[in-house]
Ligand binder design. Structure first.
Ligand SMILES: NC(=O)c1ccc[n+]([C@@H]2O[C@H](COP(=O)([O-])OP(=O)(O)OC[C@H]3O[C@@H](n4cnc5c(N)ncnc54)[C@H](OP(=O)(O)O)[C@@H]3O)[C@@H](O)[C@H]2O)c1
Length: 220
């Protein structure tokens, strides 16, 4: 398994935890075509690509939309998925059972106030995944999208520019999903037999029925 992201120290710690025979860490910035090319050159064989890189920036209403934030969200969530997919497609097809797993979001089909940039980016990534499946029918490629609701990661810290208090408030009084909950679904999808394509899986915390409908009665 090859892990790619910008903060190599974090990746290396994870690779060490998993064991050097299981995982290797390489630098990857999906917003930089040269970085994606360099990464893919190091990985000549590939059966499975998991697109996890992504995230939201801000919670601004459309009237106050910051174009540079929108651009970054598109670069990461949409063009990043395109670049990495394109780089690995030949190897995925050559594997005889290629698989692409996109970590999408409920935000792709449940728009919410302040979410337009992220909603639009995740909806675009979802369309990309769907078209990829359509374009490869009859060929050895499966494309799956996993759409989580609230997961407690660094997502909100990034969205709110490092404001830890605001990020923590996102999950206050409720029990969010964990990264492991999502990883278990990725593992399930990736371990189905070659003829089984799980197109789209929506997963949420029990405390969240819609993006905007969250039970916070556990609030202290
Ligand atoms: N948390 C949620 O509630 C939630 C819900 C639904 C969907 N999602 C989606 O789940 C995915 C994972 O997010 P998360 O919740 O785990 O947030 P996170 O803790 O902020 O993780 C984001 C990951 O993406 C990597 N990344 C960001 N920009 C990148 C870039 N330009 N190139 C390469 N890697 C990049 C980050 O590593 P580096 O910073 O080191 O590059 C980090 O590993 C995202 O696509 C997000 O949209 C999250």
């Amino acid at each position: 398994m090859v892990l790619g992201a910008r903060r190599l120290d974090r990746l290396q710690a994870l690779a060490t935890e998993l064991g050097s025979e299981v995982a290797t860490a390489l630098p990857l910035d999906v917003t930089e075509p040269t970085s994606v090319e360099a990464f893919s050159r190091e990985v000549p064989e590939c059966r499975l690509v998991v697109h996890a890189a992504g995230g939201a920036l801000g919670l601004d209403p459309v009237a106050d939309a910051d174009e540079s934030r929108w651009r970054t969200m598109y670069e990461t969530n949409v063009l990043g998925v395109l670049r990495v997919t394109r780089a690995f497609l030949p190897a995925l097809l050559a594997s005889g059972d290629g698989q692409v797993v996109l970590i999408g979001s409920v935000a792709s089909f449940e728009p919410y106030a302040g979410g337009a940039g992220y909603n639009a980016a995740k909806a675009a990534a979802s369309s990309l995944a769907d078209v990829l499946r359509i374009e490869h029918v009859g060929r050895p490629l499966r494309v799956s999208e996993i759409d989580p609701g609230m997961v407690e990661t660094e997502f909100s810290l990034v969205r709110f520019d490092g404001d830890a208090e605001r990020a923590a408030a996102t999950y206050r009084g409720m029990t969010p999903l964990t990264a492991s909950d999502v990883a278990e679904v990725v593992a399930f999808v990736a371990s189905r037999p070659a003829h089984v394509d799980l197109d789209r899986i929506v997963m949420r915390p029990r405390d969240q029925a819609r993006v905007w409908l969250v039970d916070r009665s556990k609030q202290a």
